[in-house]
Design a protein around this ligand. Structure first.
Ligand code: ADP
Length: 222
């Protein structure tokens, strides 16, 4: 099963994608995470991506698409992939279709997490991410208790540079202009599953699981 998690910044995509990876053994492919890894390693791709990310803008499509294509060649996609933060433009959506088609597979569903803008701002301002495994936490709503991978005691948590209020505003604008059109794009293809993303991590995860079980039953996919 191949899924896209579509949602605004700070809407819990990363957290839910990580849970899907644990529950279904799918590969979690986060373009934001791949960019941050490249920035940390100071690669050419990282240097380029940084100039866009720190302004809250999207990294150009061609760079992003090439990175996704390459990543898909490196991982075992037999149990499927959950795409987190990709596609973010109609162009990227078309490219993803082509990439998957050339691999003899396709997107089975697009999970669209809905979260209101004032809630997004609240979430992002309190978000803390683990520098080691990239797992996101929130200082109020999802505080660090223990590492699910048993690798640390929370000592690597930090606030992302692009979670500063000015950058968050730019990211929300970019989302409305460039990414929100994907909602209509996938609705027209009858692929969109709308999920209320404002509950707790467990509530949202349960809603996603219910929806996926229904999809698997109706389409006989695994
Ligand atoms: P969030 O969903 O919280 O905004 P991400 O980790 O998904 O965070 O992305 C962080 C930043 O990385 C984005 O604001 C953007 O600059 C860049 N980025 C991530 N995915 C893409 C993509 N598919 N296309 C272009 N830029 C991207």
């Amino acid at each position: 099963m191949n899924l896209i998690l579509l949602a605004g910044p700070g809407s819990g995509k990363g957290t839910q994608a990580e849970l899907l990876q644990m529950q279904f053994g799918m590969v979690h492919l986060s373009t934001g995470e791949l960019f941050r890894e490249n920035i940390k390693r100071k690669t050419e791709l990282g240097k380029l991506a940084k100039t866009f990310i720190e302004k809250g803008q999207l990294v150009p499509d061609s760079t992003t698409i090439d990175m996704v294509r390459e990543r898909l060649m490196q991982v075992d996609t037999e149990r499927g992939v959950v795409f987190d933060g990709f596609p973010r433009t109609i162009n990227q959506a078309r490219a993803l279709d082509e990439i998957l088609q050339s691999r003899g597979t396709m997107i089975d569903a697009v999970i669209y997490l809905t979260v209101r803008e004032d809630e997004i701002i609240k979430r992002l301002s309190g978000r803390l991410v683990c520098k080691d495994c990239q797992l996101p936490f929130h200082n109020e709503h999802n505080p660090f208790e223990s590492c699910p991978y048993e690798r640390c005691q929370g000592e690597y948590l930090y606030q992302r540079d692009d979670d500063k209020p000015e950058t968050v505003k730019a990211r929300l604008r970019v989302y409305q202009n460039q990414t929100a059109p994907l909602i209509a794009h996938y609705t027209a293809r009858d692929m969109l599953i709308k999920i209320d993303g404002e509950g707790s991590v467990t509530e949202v995860s349960n809603l996603i699981q219910q929806a996926l079980r229904k999809l698997i039953e109706s389409q006989d996919i695994a």
